[in-house]
Design a protein around this ligand. Structure first.
Ligand code: ADP
Ligand code: MG
Length: 449
């Protein structure tokens, strides 16, 4: 599924200038990154007109990568070398065609469609989500009867939308009229209908459906008019025995600026949370996504990804497609080393957010001691054990130098740190249980960021 994408930059340039820019960019990025992304950009002179510079990149991955990582650098180079303030736009070649042929005024989209791949079969159930899964599954069998509404809450990328839509897909296939919408789309639809004086149409639509799925309810917060409208929609549907499923990033009680009557109605149904997936669930999800996307990964790599990526399943999907695309693009097998390389930036982002204090506190909590004890001079066995683990994880998960670590842990000098790290590395090699323990701790610490 190789796509060609096009990068637009607003200014006037010849091919030679553009090559110069790319050459200048070469000095600013690592060779490996240059070879991977920049080298494959092709200047599209035909599409470049007044104030527009177009590059063709070999796939969406490179498109996004260049857009996110290098557009500001390209901007800088243009500014410094050509005194031009440029805007950067990136689009896919396919999309560009669609853009040209689409009439200016598009019909406004009333609400999103259900994603057909969001099914129960594709949803991996583990301890972190089994309650929410069971609740949604049961109402997909008996809508409007068991629990109404069902309110699912939890962090980003944990599968709330997927689950809600899985029920939507089942019920739609059974001939029910299902509306899936986000609060934002609901609000836009409302405003449009108020403006067009067609509120009866709006009410007919939302109050006459069989199943109403509303995503990201937290965005109702402090929006009184739409809360009022939603309240009446809710009451009508519920009164008629029609199923309502809602999601949010937090418990209804914790959504500030939400009317009391809505809050109590949400709580009156079934409220289920989704927690970040445990290591085993993450591994199962990765295996499942690999199967779905026909990506082959060894268990080493799967374990590595599961340990390194915190909780967001969307992030895991992103990594898999990155790995897949890179290996195709560069025609290499996906090895552990290769995976580590690809994940380097991701890891660095996580590392930025981790502090020595948070790591030490997590280790102390996990091993049932005080974090002050870890940093003390105590030689008692369990404290030495915790200290060693904390030192190892601080070194692994942050970019702190050994002398800095020695200072933090109140040790004489960096040799004590390197000695500890060597010890832990040996243990990791020999003791499978210890390795699992460290993996779990790493997982906990990085998920908490
Ligand atoms: P949320 O709505 O909670 O932010 P999504 O439902 O959009 O998260 O999930 C993000 C991505 O992760 C989706 O592609 C979804 O299919 C996938 N996903 C999340 N949890 C699971 C799971 N338990 N099993 C399989 N895929 C999952
Ligand atoms: Mg969602």
């Amino acid at each position: 599924m190789e796509k060609i994408c096009i990068i637009h930059i607003n200014f006037n340039f010849s091919g030679t200038n553009v090559n110069n820019i790319l050459e200048l960019l070469k000095n600013e990025v690592a060779q490996i990154e240059y070879d991977r992304y920049i080298k494959h950009l092709i200047y599209d002179e035909k599409n470049s007109k007044n104030n527009k510079l177009v590059f063709i990149a070999p796939n969406t991955l490179a498109q996004n990568w260049v857009k996110n990582r290098y557009s500001s650098k390209i901007k800088e180079i243009c500014e410094l070398n050509y005194s031009l303030d440029v805007d950067i736009e990136i689009i896919l070649k396919g999309q560009e065609k669609i853009k040209k042929n689409t009439p200016e005024k598009q019909k406004p989209q009333l609400h999103s469609l259900l994603n057909p791949s969001h099914t129960f079969d594709n949803f991996i159930v583990g301890g972190s989500n089994q309650f929410a899964y069971a609740a949604i599954k049961s109402i997909s069998e008996k809508p409007g009867v068991l629990y109404n509404p069902v309110f699912i809450y939890g962090g980003v990328g944990l599968g709330k939308t997927h689950l809600m839509q899985a029920a939507g897909n089942v019920l739609q296939n059974r001939g029910k009229v299902v509306i899936y919408t986000t609060v934002e789309q609901f609000l836009n639809d409302f405003i449009r209908n108020v403006r067009n004086k067609s509120m009866e149409k709006f009410q007919e639509k939302y109050r006459k459906c069989d199943v109403l799925l509303i995503d990201d309810i937290q965005f109702l917060s402090n929006k009184e008019t739409i809360q009022e409208e939603f309240f009446h929609t809710f009451e009508t549907l519920k009164g008629d025995g029609k199923q309502i499923i809602l999601t949010a990033d937090k418990h209804p009680k914790k959504i500030a600026g939400l009317e009391k009557r809505l809050q109590s109605r949400f709580e009156h149904g079934l409220v289920a949370d989704i927690q970040p997936p445990e290591l085993e669930t993450k591994i199962a999800i990765i295996k499942n996504k690999c199967e779905l996307n026909k990506v082959k990964l060894s268990s080493d790599i799967i374990n590595y990804i599961a340990t390194v990526i915190e909780s967001n399943v969307r992030e895991i999907e992103g990594i898999l497609s990155k790995l897949h695309a890179y290996s195709k693009l560069m025609n290499v097998d996906i090895t552990l080393e290769f995976t580590k390389n690809v994940l380097r930036d991701q890891l660095n982002e996580n590392k930025i957010n981790l502090t020595l204090d948070s790591i030490t506190q997590n280790v102390a909590k996990d091993l049932n001691i005080k974090s002050s004890e870890i940093k003390s001079k105590s030689r008692s066995k369990n404290i030495v054990y915790a200290r060693r683990i904390a030192i190892y994880l601080c070194r692994e998960l942050t970019q702190t130098t050994m002398p800095q670590l020695a200072q933090y842990f109140n040790l004489k000098d960096h040799t004590a740190i390197s000695h500890t790290i060597k010890k832990i590395q040996e243990l990791l090699k020999d003791d499978e249980d210890f390795k699992v323990k460290i993996d779990e701790l790493t997982n906990k610490i990085t998920s908490a960021v």
